[in-house]
Design a protein around this ligand. Structure first.
Ligand code: ZN
Ligand code: ZN
Length: 209
């Protein structure tokens, strides 16, 4: 399966204002469906919807994709921003069933536990954007690492594989475009997607076709 594990259909709409809306507007819904249609057009089998500190869009997208019978599986998620050891870091929660409770000052281990309580997966987003110390302090807290990130690829600093290999990292290795709708991802950004076998995908995220 081809999966994009990191997308933002609502771009920075609520994030920069620190808002956590409880309902989506008509425009929000239109943008989410636009991103899903792009995912289908790009040949993805599944797409994670991971807006900034907001699970609502992903949860709605997953339900709507099922209701409409879209030919793409939606993994509901969000990208959580935490202040960790004097650095801002992002942790992707993938496979959420409900919104997550946390603040930027929730300890990373506690956030990861809350993510796992939902049967979801915690992934360190774009580790190449932080100090190496951040990776080393979080690698055993999370279930996986985003070894490649499309938005970082656009800035020329894409791949964390060499660090993971040198460190003998045994957790999940995922990647995603980090596409911020309606920006159409450049080819190198869209190329940041994960190939995963079906059994592994359904073991992690449940369900089935
Ligand atoms: Zn991020
Ligand atoms: Zn992101």
């Amino acid at each position: 399966m081809l999966i994009d594990f990191h997308t933002h259909p609502l771009n920075h709409r609520y994030y920069y204002d620190g808002l956590r809306p409880e309902t989506l507007t008509a425009r929000d819904r239109e943008d989410i469906l636009g991103l899903l249609a792009l995912g289908v057009e790009r040949g993805l089998d599944a797409i994670a919807v991971t807006d900034h500190d907001l699970a609502l869009s992903g949860l709605w997208a997953a339900a709507e994709a099922r209701r409409l019978g879209l030919p793409i599986i939606v993994v509901a998620g969000c990208e959580c921003e935490l202040y960790h050891n004097r650095e801002w870091v992002h942790i992707l929660a993938l496979g959420l069933k409900a919104p997550l409770e946390y603040t930027p000052y929730t300890p990373a281990a506690e956030l990861a536990a809350r993510i796992r309580d939902q049967g979801a997966v915690a992934v360190l987003a774009h580790p190449m954007a932080y100090s190496l110390a951040a990776y080393h302090s979080l690698k055993t807290v999370v279930d996986g690492v985003e070894f490649r990130n499309g938005a970082q690829a656009r800035r020329g600093a894409a791949d964390f594989t060499a660090v993971l290999d040198a460190d003998g990292y045994r957790g999940l290795r995922l990647c995603g475009s980090d596409c911020h709708w309606p920006d159409k991802p450049a080819p190198e950004q869209w190329a940041a997607r994960t190939e995963m076998n079906e059994a592994e995908f359904f073991r992690l995220f449940g369900g089935g076709r």
